[in-house]
Ligand binder design. Structure first.
Ligand SMILES: [Fe+2]
Length: 383
């Protein structure tokens, strides 16, 4: 393991985790002195958090609430929300929702008083600053967006484009597992598998690092143990909390290490078939693990052990048991087990493999080089 390589962690300056901690957001926000809060959220959260939002209003805070973000956001959607925030004259922004809502809120906060165009900030490290206070409150567990410097959008050609910058890390993240209690089973399963993949792909990453490893491994342990319980009984607060913590750990890995081939190959499933991000990633995860495990059997065996595999064979055999545990978990959580089951057509595979090759930002992190032929083989194995 490479202790020589330097790694930089840039987490939000304030992270609060705990059942009911959304209340603290209200207290903290009032202490900031900001007066005009632009909230990006979901219709159901406006109802669920009515009492807390009322507290802000009665303390003299002007609120504008946008609830237009549905599904994976496009830059065009983002521009409309940004315009609304400008018209309102916001001095602060809060994102309260899933990954799409948080990504929009993050970029709105950054671009609100920025002279750079959206075009100029696309890509890695192009944003020059953020003048506006930003708080992120995830209501799924999760994308980990509240912890990361990433915001992902679709362009007009349906390509997924990242805006990646330390200025997208919020000033404060409030991770309140109680907010995830009402998330339906299918979304709990898909977002939970996404969070597990963030941890798993960080631990088996070409740029994996001892600073991040324990966080990634513990995230895998928590989610693999508790996700089914959270799916079977949404009100199980202990399971919801464990999965929310795993999701937070996954988010912590996204900035310094990020994901690998399962995320890269998942992109075309989102753009061509409109499958949810977490579902796309989980459908590819077992096949990507099988492709990668020969390159790092020790790492994959450690993952399998964290997921409760019996330590009965060689590292490679144990690694393969880890893959089976992931497959079983998907089944137990009610997720489709193959691309075919999810409605993907075999004839799309060559085009999807070609499109996935464009996601070098993530493929460069994969422990084994992935050629276009390899990508096709992985899609076929996941079919
Ligand atoms: Fe993800």
């Amino acid at each position: 393991m490479n202790y020589q390589r330097t790694i930089t962690l840039l987490p939000p300056p304030r992270i609060q985790f705990g059942a009911g901690c959304f209340e603290q957001f209200v207290v903290d926000y009032l202490a900031t002195g900001y007066k005009k809060l632009f909230v990006v959220t979901l219709p159901q959260m406006v109802v669920q958090l009515a009492g807390d939002l009322e507290k802000l209003k009665s303390a003299g805070i002007k609120l504008a609430i946008n609830r237009s973000v549905a599904g994976e956001p496009r830059f065009a959607d983002f521009e409309k929300v940004l315009e609304e925030a400008r018209q309102f004259g916001a001095d602060s922004v809060a994102g309260i929702g899933g990954g799409s809502v948080l990504d929009v809120a993050k970029l709105v906060a950054a671009q609100l008083y920025n002279t750079q165009t959206t075009e100029e900030v696309k890509g890695i490290g192009n944003l020059k600053g953020r003048a506006t206070y930003l708080a992120c409150v995830p209501t799924t567990a999760g994308t980990g967006s509240e912890m990361s410097p990433n915001a992902i959008f679709l362009n007009e050609q349906d390509d997924k484009i990242g805006v990646i910058s330390p200025y997208l890390v919020p000033d404060a993240a409030y991770i309140d597992p109680r907010l995830t209690i009402t998330v339906p089973r299918a979304i709990t399963a898909a977002t939970g598998m996404d969070a597990l993949a963030h941890c798993l792909e960080a631990y088996t990453n070409k740029w994996g690092h001892p600073v991040v490893d324990p966080v990634a491994l513990e995230g895998v342990r928590l989610i693999s143990r508790y996700l089914q319980r959270a799916c079977d009984n949404g009100s199980d607060e202990e399971a919801r909390s464990a999965v929310a913590l795993g999701s937070m750990y996954g988010g912590m890995c996204l900035g310094p290490v990020n994901t690998t081939a399962a995320h890269a190959l998942a992109y075309p499933l989102g753009t061509d078939y409109h499958l949810a991000h977490g579902l796309s990633v989980s459908l590819l995860l077992p096949a990507v693990m099988e492709f990668n495990l020969v390159a790092a059997p020790q790492r994959f065996a450690a993952l399998a052990a964290a997921m409760g595999a019996t330590d009965g064979g060689s590292e490679e055999e144990n690694s393969r048991e880890g893959v089976q545990i992931i497959r079983r978990l998907m089944q137990d959580c009610g997720l489709p087990g193959s691309l075919q089951e999810a409605g993907v057509k075999a004839e799309s595979i060559p085009k999807m493999a070609a499109d996935a090759m464009k996601v070098q930002r993530l493929l460069k992190n994969n422990i084994r080089e992935v050629t276009q032929q390899d990508a096709e083989a992985i899609f076929r194995a996941a079919f």
